[in-house]
Design a protein around this ligand. Structure first.
Ligand SMILES: [Zn+2]
Length: 175
């Protein structure tokens, strides 16, 4: 039996955050054992679209393949959209990993308290950020407001709607 080695809550802050360092991406301690990862999204409508379009963005631009499956039992991690209240976070990803530094559990929550008022593209960007965490990426300090900056909403407000080189490189060096 593998013991949980580490866990954390990662959140996309709504608040303003200005990157101040020139370097770039960072990784969480854990990753998936292979580049093909399956998740189940327990939501519907616009938030399901956010999950699927966000996953497609990673799959289309990186060496990883992030696939939404419709069977809970065949998924490696889970996503949901819920009213989390005025937490200051558009979304949160919680994770645990085992002694092999592979993910044991990953759960993504999109906070409908804020997300419900966002358009489809902003929803996608927030989902992309959380799914990036779910793949093992930590926040990026790269310039140019990347998706994995500490506040994906802030990056969106600066015009970011797609992955940039930091997120692509970060993923491809992991997988
Ligand atoms: Zn984050």
């Amino acid at each position: 039996m593998l013991l949980a080695l580490a866990s954390a809550v990662l959140a996309a802050s709504v608040s303003w955050a200005t990157p101040t360092l020139a370097v770039a991406y960072s990784h969480l301690p854990c990753r998936w054992p292979s580049s093909s990862v399956k998740f189940y999204a327990n939501t519907s409508g616009a938030h399901l679209t956010a999950f699927t379009s966000g996953a497609s963005a990673w799959t289309g631009a990186t060496a990883a393949t992030l696939t939404r499956v419709t069977s809970y039992s065949s998924a490696q991690f889970y996503g949901v959209a819920a009213y989390d209240g005025n937490t200051g976070y558009d979304g949160q990803t919680t994770w645990t990993c085992n002694l092999l530094l592979q993910f044991s559990t990953v759960n993504v929550v999109l906070n409908r308290t804020y997300m419900d008022s966002y358009g489809a593209t902003e929803k996608k960007v927030i989902a992309m950020h959380e799914l990036g965490h779910a793949m093992g990426l930590d926040h990026s300090t790269a310039s140019g407001y990347p998706v994995m900056a500490s506040s994906a909403g802030n990056s969106y407000n600066h015009g970011t709607t797609t992955l940039k080189s930091d997120g692509i490189t970060s993923t491809n060096t992991r997988y």
